[in-house]
Ligand binder design. Structure first.
Ligand SMILES: Cc1cc2nc3c(=O)[nH]c(=O)nc-3n(C[C@H](O)[C@H](O)[C@H](O)COP(=O)(O)O)c2cc1C
Length: 345
């Protein structure tokens, strides 16, 4: 069990909601406690919040970008879209509709959304179930059972993605699955051969005992305490591209379900839609007892992205590659508190 300030955000409890009669700002501030539990690339948590009257602005924190893995801030924006989805879910769960706008200020592309509370409306069962999954969702890189998710569930996830302005492609058939897994491995080789990529990754990987409020502890890769102390040094120093590629090829190919999430366009708005759809699918999965993890290498490497699209025979822009299945328990990763990500003014 993790203790310490970095894990306190996961203890957020609806019983501490200030109540519908509290000022909108006070309610929203509480609800941000759910937004910050969203997943983000390398657990960078690249978001900042700032109040504008009774509305809250979600800003991209580009100082937390990943120039090597994500040079366009594409995944950074997707991560913010996932945080936004959690916030919207919290608003609905606590009995309000959401009012707001994506990218409201053309002159300020860092302001990704401006969100406020609308009229009172009771949340439905599905909203409450997804809300309940926010604190239980984890990225699970561990082994999955062989059994696949129910086809009906995957079809529902395809519809969910479309509803959110994205698409979800379920990779069917041995040859298409192999082609996608090969691209994951090729992405690994490209990235791991590059010492700058390894340095960037190592800077976000921490020992299991670290008190850092962000980044990925070794245990999230299944590593014990000693190994986790060595991880950053080993990653920076040694090019183990072939080993990583072989492991990921095998895991991707054997995934109970292998999925590609994409969007029709490739703008910041599309990335926000992708983040919303991603988190929507992850929470449905959590609620249904399923686990997910990511293989985003073929999207992160520019030359592989069109090949990924061709391999699955779709139009548009792939954004996230992931696997889904039944896995074991996973510990939560650290989070920065609302106080750390909320700016005054
Ligand atoms: C857009 C996006 C891309 C990601 N890509 C990868 C990836 O390629 N490989 C991986 O292992 N994890 C990936 N992750 C998972 C993050 O590392 C993970 O969300 C983060 O470490 C926080 O852990 P948690 O999801 O358990 O809260 C990605 C997450 C997001 C939101």
């Amino acid at each position: 069990m993790n203790t310490g300030a970095a894990f306190e955000p996961w203890q957020v409890s609806a019983t501490r909601f200030p109540g519908q009669d509290a000022a909108d700002e006070e309610q929203l501030r509480f609800m941000l406690g759910y937004a910050i539990l969203a997943p983000s690339s390398h657990n960078t948590q690249p978001w900042i919040f700032r109040f504008h009257g009774s509305r809250v602005g979600l800003y991209a924190d580009r100082t937390r970008g990943l120039p090597l893995a994500d040079h366009q801030d594409r995944e950074l924006t997707i991560s913010c879209g996932a945080a936004l989805f959690n916030l919207c879910l919290a608003i609905r769960h606590f009995g309000r509709t959401m009012v707001g706008q994506l990218l409201p200020d053309e002159a300020n592309p860092d302001l990704l959304a401006l969100i406020g509370l609308g009229e009172r409306k009771q949340a439905d069962h599905e909203c409450n179930s997804l809300f309940g999954a926010i604190c239980r969702r984890r990225t699970n890189r561990g082994p999955f059972e062989k059994r696949a998710p129910d086809p009906g569930f995957l079809e529902k996830m395809e519809r969910v993605a479309v509803q959110d302005g994205a698409w979800l492609h379920v990779v069917h058939g041995r040859s298409m699955r192999h082609a996608v897994a090969e691209l994951v491995a090729e992405g690994d080789r490209f990235q791991w051969h590059d010492a700058r990529f390894r340095r960037e990754l190592a800077s976000w990987i921490h020992s299991n005992r670290s008190e850092s409020h962000d980044g990925m502890p070794g245990y999230s890769f299944g590593h014990g305490d000693l190994q986790s102390i060595l991880d950053p040094f080993l990653i920076r120093t040694f090019d183990v591209a072939e080993r990583v590629a072989a492991r990921d090829l095998d895991t991707a190919e054997k995934s109970p379900a292998l999925l590609v999430l994409g969007t029709p366009g490739d703008t910041a708005r599309d990335w926000l839609h992708a983040g919303r759809a991603l988190q929507h699918i992850l929470l449905h999965s959590t609620a249904g007892g399923l686990s997910c993890s990511f293989f985003n290498q073929p999207v992160q490497v520019d030359t592989l992205r069109p090949r990924l699209l061709a391999a699955i025979g779709r139009q548009g822009h792939p954004q996230v590659v992931m696997r889904m299945g039944f896995g074991g328990d996973v510990r939560p990763t650290p989070r920065r508190s609302v106080r750390e990500v909320l700016r005054g003014g």
